[in-house]
Ligand binder design. Structure first.
Ligand code: PEP
Length: 249
């Protein structure tokens, strides 16, 4: 079964609810597609306005983070039930910015992965190396560790439904894209690891995205690689011309 390409935007801390609604209205035309799954992960406060604006289109709305507890004294956090009740299916976990600025670790990402599946959310788990790690030649070891710990305790059925986003930190928001061969090398290594952990069927079904300065001009080459099933897109998902990535040629 061919894996469906996923074009996922990550809006980070950008756009107010009214800006989000206006942008999505404009994206309805540019991001229409019968073949590519289109997702915008938006700030939590934008979710209701974004879902309302996306009605009647193929654009799905996702979240950028979730907490691993059910409810209670966790000021400022958002629970899985809150996202589900708002109509969310996909949630980004372990983005490198959350690891760097908000002390996320492989272990907290794993707790969130487990909770997401327990509740029925689909995680998009991010992994990626720094420039220093790439130069030290430890990229694949590092990524394997991130994915192994992130997936600890997940069943094969859960693993195959998850999405992994390989995002080299040096390529995020820098305009510096990994070459399609560099991206493919790591995405293939991730699929090989999933094969080791869960077998062929899961490895063939799980979607692995590339993220890091994806734009209309490089999407076709990246998404054309055997082990790259779409992109996680920051800056270029903030404008209607995100459609150039969705409708990559
Ligand atoms: C990201 O935020 O996940 C990302 C890849 O950003 P950008 O596309 O701007 O590099």
């Amino acid at each position: 079964m061919a894996r469906k390409i996923l074009a996922a935007g990550n809006w980070k801390m950008n756009k107010t609810p009214s800006e989000a609604a206006a942008t999505i209205e404009a994206m309805k035309a540019t991001c229409a597609s019968d073949t590519v799954e289109v997702l915008l992960c938006v700030p939590a406060i934008d979710i209701p306005a974004a879902i309302e604006a996306a009605k009647g289109s193929n654009i799905q709305i996702g979240a950028e983070n979730v907490y691993f507890e059910e409810s209670g004294a966790y000021t400022g956090e958002i629970s899985p039930d809150m996202l589900l009740d708002a109509g969310i299916k996909y949630v980004i976990l372990g983005h490198s910015e959350r690891r760097e600025y908000f002390a996320e670790t492989n272990e907290t990402v794993n707790k969130k992965m487990i909770k997401c599946f327990e509740k029925g959310l689909v995680p998009i788990m991010c992994c990626g190396e720094s420039l220093e790690q790439r130069e030290q030649g430890i990229t694949i070891d590092w990524i394997r560790q991130q994915v192994k710990v992130g997936f600890l305790g997940l069943t094969a059925d859960q693993a195959k439904a998850a999405v992994i986003a390989y995002e080299p930190i040096w390529a995020i928001g820098t305009g510096k894209t990994a070459t399609s061969d560099q991206a493919e090398e790591v995405c293939k290594a991730i699929r090989d690891l999933i094969r080791e952990l869960y077998g062929d069927a899961v490895a063939e079904e799980i979607r692995i995205l590339y993220g890091g300065s994806v734009k209309g001009s490089n999407a076709a080459e990246l998404f054309g690689k055997e082990d790259i099933d779409g992109g996680l897109v920051g800056g270029a998902s903030l404008k209607p011309d995100f459609g150039d990535i969705v409708n990559f040629k």
